[in-house]
Structures are given as C-alpha cells and as structure tokens.
Design a protein. Structure first.
Length: 467
C-alpha cells in the first residue's frame, strides 16, 4: 500500500502553501508580540498613569470643601461624573478587600461574568492591577448591574454628628464608552489575509505559467510535434523559453539537413544503379551475375528505405481524412496473403472503427511492420486490432526471438541495426523509426513488446475519430 503524500508535487501549489505558511507565521508572530505588549507594557503604562491620576484627583478633591465637591466633579466632567457620599450599591464588585494597607490576597475574588461585548470584560484585569497598586485604602470597583459603572474611592472623612466614617466615591458611567467593534476588526483582518492569499496565488501563477507552457511544449516535442513557446515571466523563465526555442530551431535545422541528405542521396544513386543493372544483364557469367544481382537488389532496397523514410518523416505532406479501419486493414492483410506471405488477421472488432489518417502513410507504416516481421522475425505474422476507450490499438506480432527489453529504445532510433536480433538483409535500420514517426504524426504512439510466442509485438495506438 502506497503512503499518502500530503505535500503536493505541483510547484504552483508548493509556492502557494509556502507563502501562505509565511503569512500565517508572520500574523501569529505579530499577534503574539502585540498581545505581549498589550498585556505587559501597555497595561503597565495605563495602570501607572491611572494610579497617578487617581492619587492626583484624590488630593485635589481633598482641598475642596465638602459641600462643593459634588458640583466641582460635575462641572469638571461636564456632568458626566458624579460624587457619592453614601454606601455603594450592592452590585459593586471589588477584587480585594477594602481594608487599608491590607496585603493582597493569594487568590483574588473572581469578578462577575458580563454579557458578551460588555466593556467591563476588558476592564477587569486593569481594575485588579489598579487595586494592587493603590494599596493605601483607595479602591476601584465595577458594577454588576445592567448599567455599567466604575467606582473610585476618595479619602474617608469623619462624620461630626455621629462619629462615623464617610467614604466618598467617584462614579464614572461606562455606557458612553463604546468597546471596539471586534466583528469589523475580524472582517478587516480576514479580508487582508484573503487578499494576501490571492496575491500569493497570483504570484505563484505568474511564476509557474511559463514553466507549465514549457512542460507542455516539451511533451509535444517528445511526441514529434514541436511547438514554440512565448518567453514570459521572470528573467530566468524568459531565458529558459528563449533557450527552448533556440533548441527547436537547431533541431529543425538538423532535421532539414538530414532530410536533404536522405532525399538527395537515393536520387544520386539511381543513375549509377541503373547502369549497373544494364551491365549486369550484358554479362555472360551466371555465377557473377547472380551475386551482383543480389547486391544490386540490396542497394535498391536501401534506396527505397531512404525514400520511404524521407516521405514519412514530413507530416506536412500528409492528407488526413476519415478512414474506416476495418475494411482498410482487411484489404491490406489480404494483399499480403494473396502474394503468398504468411500473414493473417487474427482478430478484429465487429463494430466499425473510424480514425483520422493519411491512407498512404498508414499503409507505409503497416507494410513496413509486416516486412520487418517477415525479414527479421519468424512467420507467421499476426495482425490484431482492438479498441481501448477512445483509442484503437493495431498490433503486428511475429514468432521470432524478439528484441531484449534493454535494447528496445535503441531499436526505435534511425539507422539502428540490432545484429544480435536481426540478420543483415540490406536493412539500414529505418523501418521501426519510420513507423514511430508516422504514428506520432497521427497523434499516436508506437510501443515494442513481446507476443505470446516470445516474438516481437509492435503496438500502434491511434485516437479514434470523433462521431
């Protein structure tokens, strides 16, 4: 059982995941630093300022006559704050006891849980911190009722009438302080992250698009249909596209030189060969005549192979049309059988099979494979046709020794002759190369295998024509 690989193999997906991971790490780091500063530094600064402010306010109020303090607080706060000289309501909650100079308890009294979005939820830690700092009798508390308030105690006074202690409280309403809209903040944060992810995906697409095109062009080149690419993207991918196009130009030039050489050489040899045939017929030595006739026939076969290879390796000369393969195959095999060759059609689907093909080129392909099987293998030669989804497979098998697996790639190269598996009968090693070229020109493929008898089996896979 294969292990599941979670990491994608696509360069584009890898780049997106790496940039997304970087964004997440930066966000987490920023939030961690911000949270640390808020909890450790900003809270300390706020508490120190508030502590100083409360002490200053308490000292200032102490210098004002008692009967004027309430009006002073209202006037100074624009009627937003009030001064109470009575007992606090029961809904007030402190985090420490009210005793002056009391040591902070080991476990602070837990404040009430407030509704979601209530500002008091965010003030609880600051209130606890203030009460620890103001350890001189001054206390800060929060209400627990529906109306949010904060209470700050001032210096206690002695009541001259009943000798009781009067504690004055500064009452600060909190309902006018609006907490930050966390939903809007989260939506903005999410929008920014989505924008960054979209930018990362666009950047990865911009980087990998030229590579994808280059990979597709390389596949086309491997199938015998070279296609130029448009250099795009960063400097490196642009240079890679330019080098690929330069390689295609070099291959095209080499191919033209090869075709010119192969086309010109047989033509130049025809005249000397014709003169040799004439002189051969004029000689009286039968033994010499028979030997020379065999040599000239080998030379003629070589020339025919050159000409056939030149014609078949130029897809520009092909004329494609819809071809009914059943009748066509039956006629080609029957012509070999009528000539006395041990070739027969082993299997053929009953339904009609149609392909887009050049009849002459495809006939040259089939004749080449049958001829190779008769010359280099052992009879009988079997021709089979089968369909596989949207493709048709044409097989030509002999009963010879076949070609070893490690040498099959070499057998498809032009001018390659496998002496260990083939006899020298005037072949220049262009038969399989020509068949492979014609198959690729038909958007198909050629594959060498082994038949049931151990001989060579050549499979030609071609796409079916669309209805």
């Amino acid at each position: 059982m294969k292990k599941l690989k979670l990491w994608p193999r696509s360069l584009r997906l890898q780049m997106i995941l790496m940039m997304l991971g970087t964004i997440i790490l930066v966000q987490v780091g920023s939030l961690s630093v911000g949270n640390y500063l808020r909890e450790r530094y900003m809270e300390d600064v706020v508490v120190n300022y508030l502590t100083t402010t409360i002490r200053t306010l308490r000292a200032a109020v102490a210098q004002i006559p008692a009967e004027n303090r309430a009006s002073f607080i209202e006037e100074a706060s624009q009627k937003k704050w009030r001064l109470w000289s009575r007992q606090l309501p029961k809904d007030t909650r402190f985090s420490q006891p009210l005793r002056r100079n009391a040591a902070p308890p080991l476990h602070h009294e837990k404040m009430a849980d407030y509704p979601t979005g209530d500002l008091r939820n965010n003030l609880r830690d600051i209130i606890n911190h203030l009460n620890r700092e103001l350890n001189d009798g001054t206390r800060v508390g929060l209400s627990r009722g529906e109306e949010p308030r904060m209470y700050i105690s001032l210096l206690p006074q002695l009541n001259e009438f009943d000798n009781t202690v009067i504690r004055e409280w500064l009452v600060i309403p909190l309902d006018r302080i609006e907490p930050p809209n966390m939903q809007a903040i989260m939506m903005a944060w999410l929008s920014i992250n989505l924008l960054l992810i979209a930018m990362a995906a666009g950047f990865a697409w911009h980087i990998t698009r030229p590579l994808t095109r280059l990979s597709r062009a390389a596949d086309q080149l491997a199938q015998g249909r070279p296609e130029r690419v448009t250099p795009a993207g960063p400097t490196e991918t642009r240079l890679l596209g330019e080098r690929f196009n330069a390689m295609l130009d070099a291959l095209e030039e080499s191919k033209l030189v090869q075709q010119t050489l192969l086309a010109g050489l047989p033509h130049d040899l025809k005249s000397p060969l014709a003169r040799m045939w004439l002189r051969l017929e004029m000689t009286d030595d039968q033994a010499l005549k028979e030997g020379m006739r065999n040599d000239v026939q080998d030379m003629q076969r070589m020339i025919d192979q050159f000409i056939g290879y030149v014609r078949g390796s130029d897809p520009g000369t092909y004329t494609f049309s819809k071809l009914e393969l059943n009748t066509w195959i039956d006629e080609r095999v029957s012509s070999w059988e009528g000539a006395g060759s041990p070739v027969f059609l082993k299997s053929m689907p009953k339904h009609k099979i149609y392909i887009q093909a050049d009849g002459l080129a495809l006939g040259r392909l089939l004749d080449n494979l049958i001829s190779n099987a008769l010359k280099h293998g052992q009879p009988p030669v079997e021709v089979q046709v089968r369909t596989d989804k949207k493709k048709v497979v044409l097989s030509v098998c002999d009963h010879g020794e076949g070609i070893p697996l490690e040498r099959r790639t070499e057998a498809l190269r032009a001018f390659s002759r496998l002496d260990s598996a083939r006899t020298k009968t005037g072949s220049v090693g262009l038969g399989l190369a020509l068949a492979d070229t014609i198959a690729k020109a038909h958007h198909g493929s050629l594959e060498l295998g082994s038949g049931e008898s151990g001989g060579l089996c050549v499979d030609i896979t071609l796409p079916l024509a669309e209805n």
